[in-house]
Design a protein around this ligand. Structure first.
Ligand code: A2P
Length: 357
């Protein structure tokens, strides 16, 4: 079994673009390229005109950020997009036309039929040989599915109920800054001033700050529901999600109840499955009251799972908690892992691409 948590050495070298390089996820891409020895021959850092000319450190050198334009993608083999859905819609066609494979971290194409929505540990086979646009799922959906997909070896999942404790990083660099600034303000005896969020964030929590639809679901909840169904290939999966923003800097945590079609597996069976599943780490120490925490999940490649117990209200259900770094497995790392798997499959060999052109 392949280990997704540790650096992989690649042999090919490519021209790689990061759209949204200056953002919270964009910066993680650069760190991951270094840490995982990702074969970047030339790196193109793309952002808004506001950042044009800014310098970012990459492999001990300064790299200059450029304002994105359709011409930015000439000669690019692989493009990671993380600058919001409207930028993805605007520039993905140009990048693909220029010959790049695009891995898009936005919601722009996730639910389009024919666009693979991929978590490598779960549904890598969704990527077809001709696909040039691959969608990276919503961060909350990735962390949830990393925790529940391994349980499918223990029975048929009938229903899933999730409550989330989502960090500032999901809102990007500006929201992380807002949490830090408000926390300082409150400790200094000043009023917290909301800038990008609708409510005071420091020492508070609130229902996720995305628009609410006619059914009362906010956009984040609707995404987790529909993306989970697509990734698991279970159109009718019964799933209910409540998304809440909590004053944690990075790493989302989730409380999850999984109901099976028959009697639930034992706690030991669940622990055993998590002990063997790629990309997850079991943190389940009752004696020490030590379970998944965002502080320990931050900076880690793996999703932490634990707090495993039977649901006292239903014989077919088990409960657990999961915590995962929203910027890593929830975003940049999952995208890089997709690219690594494409390379392993020979899909990202620049020689091969040039030959195909
Ligand atoms: P910039 O820093 O120039 O605004 P985050 O998710 O942390 O908020 O980051 C969003 C990323 O998307 C940043 O890199 C940001 O660049 C980029 N971005 C935002 N608006 C645009 C735009 N109109 N064109 C290109 N990149 C954009």
């Amino acid at each position: 079994m392949l280990d997704f948590g540790y650096p992989t050495r690649m042999t090919q070298s490519m021209t790689v673009a990061v759209l949204g390089a200056t953002g919270a996820v964009g910066q993680e891409f650069l760190r991951l390229f270094e840490r995982r020895q990702f074969p970047v021959d030339e790196l193109r850092l793309l952002a808004s005109p506001r950042s044009a000319g800014h310098k970012m450190r990459f492999r001990d050198r300064d790299a200059i950020v450029e304002a994105v334009s359709p011409e930015s993608f000439a000669g690019v083999d692989l493009a990671f997009f993380s600058a919001g859905a409207s930028r993805s819609r605007e520039y993905a066609p140009a990048a693909i036309a220029a010959g790049a494979i695009v891995i898009d971290n936005s919601s722009a194409f996730r639910m389009e039929p024919g666009v693979p929505l991929v978590i490598p540990e779960i549904n890598l086979d969704a990527i077809g040989p001709a696909d040039r646009l691959i969608a990276n799922p919503n961060c909350t959906a990735i962390i949830l599915l990393m925790a529940i997909a391994p349980l499918r070896t223990l029975g048929t999942i009938e229903r899933v109920i999730v409550s989330t404790y989502q960090s500032a990083s999901g809102g990007g660099a500006a929201v992380m800054q807002e949490l830090e600034d408000q926390t300082r303000a409150v400790l200094d005896g000043r009023e917290p001033e909301p800038r990008h969020l609708p409510h005071p964030y420091a020492f508070n929590l609130f229902s996720h700050n995305t628009p609410i639809n006619a059914d009362g679901l906010n956009e984040e909840e609707a995404k987790v529901i529909e993306e989970s169904r697509k990734i698991l290939g279970e159109t009718n999966l019964r799933i209910n999600v409540t998304c809440v923003r909590v004053p944690v800097l990075r790493a989302h945590t989730e409380s999850i109840t999984v109901e099976f079609s028959g009697v639930a597996p034992s706690e030991d069976e669940v622990r055993d499955v998590f002990g063997r599943a790629p990309g997850v780490i079991l943190v389940d120490d009752r004696a020490a009251n030590h379970f998944p925490m965002p502080r320990e999940a931050s900076g880690r490649a793996e999703v932490l799972v634990g707090r495993i117990r039977r649901d006292p209200s239903h014989p077919n259900a088990i409960c657990l908690m999961a915590s995962g770094d929203q910027l890593l497995k929830g975003a940049a790392l999952n995208a890089v892992q997709i690219a690594e798997r494409l390379m392993q499959a020979g899909r990202l060999d620049p020689v091969g691409l040039a030959g195909a052109g």
